[in-house]
Design a protein around this ligand. Structure first.
Ligand code: ADP
Ligand code: MG
Length: 485
């Protein structure tokens, strides 16, 4: 209880949970000195550390991969306890069957991409900051085959009444944010194809069938999973020469400009570049990617994702308004993005804003970025259990300064921490969706029971609880030759 009060109700001007962070050169829990908050030329995001570690999604020269363009996961111990609700479901087999039913033939291949869980770094990706997501075990699968000339057909097992047939010509002609002819789910894969075509891909025609283990709209980024699986399939079938990084960028462009959702770059990069047993430190200012080891089970820990079942849409006003506030604050401070405000310079920056709301927004973004770097440092040193307080401090900042929490998310966090979670926070954009909790294995049942009980007592809908282990990024799952039997 004392720890909960400390972490959730700590001093407003120490949003790092009482720990001193990069702004004053100390890494929490270690006493270790560290260089100052990074500038463009002085990033603390570390550089690749050797051939055995996979850092960049430009994987052409990946030491573990003989196949071009492929991101491969490093070898890790097999999952200790797969949770059927978070992956390994029926989707990969089902998508082949669904493709065969619709087209009378086998797909040319199956491609998949994962959902993502953002360990920490919320609302930093559109401010030039750092994020630290990992791939969820649950994935979206796309069975794809070259199809009728000039035509794209789309079917989703999850949206069976909303099949779409689109002409390539019409797709290429679409323009502008939200300028697409197709609305609904198919806009997401079509947006990616639109961006690929505009980038020079040529495609005779495609049949796409989608199936997924991921809950849509819950904040685990099923949209980016769908886009990235589609992008990989189209790249391979249409012989489009693009790196995974470029595909992630094009998928984001499609969601921004074709679908009309102003998402940042995190989700697509996470889906493309995450690897099993790691969180991905993505510095959105310079594009640096570093795989940080994250195998909670080997530390006696688990990551529990708590889906509040409160649904929000990224088009909703709150997300757009937060982005605008950050842009306005950067404009008033005379910097290109809030990333340029360091922890040490925060006090001065806040004094120059002249608006208490903007002050809170900036304080969240700057301190959150420091928390990301602190968590990455802890993971690198194998101190996973030291991460907990920073997660809870992130939640407090999102709740009080960025104001994107809701009663269900707050209850998920407080009840999990009361029951023994080392830390917890909302994950994803907020306004509903999921929280995550870092939980000692021995306390998992107690934490689950406490969260469910708290929701019952508050009269909230029962949350859905999922164990998640850092899993593999986007990949080709099978080729035509292996699909038949
Ligand atoms: P999130 O990305 O957090 O799941 P979004 O609102 O960004 O939430 O994206 C959800 C939307 O993505 C769905 O409403 C649907 O349009 C599309 N989508 C996601 N998964 C699928 C799927 N398996 N089949 C068809 N469309 C999907
Ligand atoms: Mg999304």
């Amino acid at each position: 209880m004392a720890r909960l009060e400390e972490t959730l109700h700590g001093r407003r001007h120490d949003p790092t949970g009482g720990e001193r962070l990069a702004g004053d050169r100390r890494v929490p829990g270690t006493g270790e000195n560290r260089v100052s908050t990074p500038t463009r030329n002085d990033s603390v995001c570390p550089q690749p550390r050797g051939a055995a570690e996979i850092e960049h999604p430009e994987g052409r020269t990946h030491p573990l991969s003989s196949r071009p363009f492929e991101i491969m996961a490093p070898e890790t111990t097999p999952r200790r306890r797969p949770d059927p609700s978070t992956g390994g479901g029926q989707a990969p087999g089902r998508v082949v069957e669904a493709f065969r039913e619709r087209t009378g033939r086998l797909p040319d291949g199956v491609w998949s991409a994962p959902g993502r869980v953002n360990l920490i770094g919320e609302h930093t990706d559109y401010n030039g900051g750092c994020v630290l997501p990992f791939a969820a075990p649950a994935r979206t699968y796309v069975g794809a085959g070259l199809g009728k000339e000039e035509t794209i057909t789309l079917h989703s097992v999850q949206f069976p009444a909303e099949d779409v047939v689109a002409s390539l010509e019409g797709l290429l002609a679409a323009s502008g944010p939200g300028g697409q002819a197709v609305r609904g789910w198919a806009a997401y894969p079509l947006g990616t194809l639109w961006a690929l075509l505009r980038d020079g891909a040529t495609c005779p025609g495609l049949d796409l069938v989608v199936d997924s283990d991921l809950p849509a709209g819950s904040g685990l980024s099923s949209s980016a999973a769908l886009e990235c699986a589609t992008g990989l399939a189209a790249r391979d079938l249409c012989r489009f020469d693009a790196t995974p990084r470029r595909l992630a960028e094009l998928a984001q462009k499609g969601e921004n400009e074709y679908v009309g959702v102003p998402c940042g770059p995190m989700d697509q990069m996470a889906a493309m570049a995450c690897t099993e047993g790691h969180a991905l430190l993505f510095d959105t200012r310079d594009g640096t990617l570093v795989q940080e080891p994250l195998e909670p089970a080997s530390h006696g820990l688990e990551v529990l994702v708590i889906d509040t079942r409160v649904r929000r849409a990224l088009r909703d006003g709150g997300y757009v308004e937060r982005r605008r506030s950050c842009e306005e604050a950067a404009r008033r401070l005379g910097v290109p993005t809030l990333r340029e405000v360091s922890g040490a310079g925060l006090g001065k920056a806040l004094g120059g804003l002249g608006d208490p709301v903007l002050e809170r927004r900036v304080r969240h973004v700057v301190t959150e970025n420091e928390r990301v770097l602190a968590v990455a440092g802890l993971l690198r040193r194998g101190q996973v259990d030291g991460v907990g307080p920073l997660l809870t401090a992130s939640h407090r900042s999102l709740r009080d300064d960025f104001e994107v929490s809701c009663p269900e998310l707050d209850l998920a966090v407080t009840s999990a921490v009361h029951a023994g979670a080392l830390g917890a926070r909302l994950t994803g954009a907020g306004f509903g969706g999921n929280a995550l909790a870092l939980v000692p294995v021995a306390l998992e049942r107690a934490v689950r029971a406490a969260v469910e009980d708290a929701f019952d007592r508050a009269g909230f809908a029962r949350p859905v609880l999922r164990l998640v282990e850092p899993s593999a990024g986007a990949r080709r799952d099978s080729a035509a030759a292996t699909l038949g039997g």
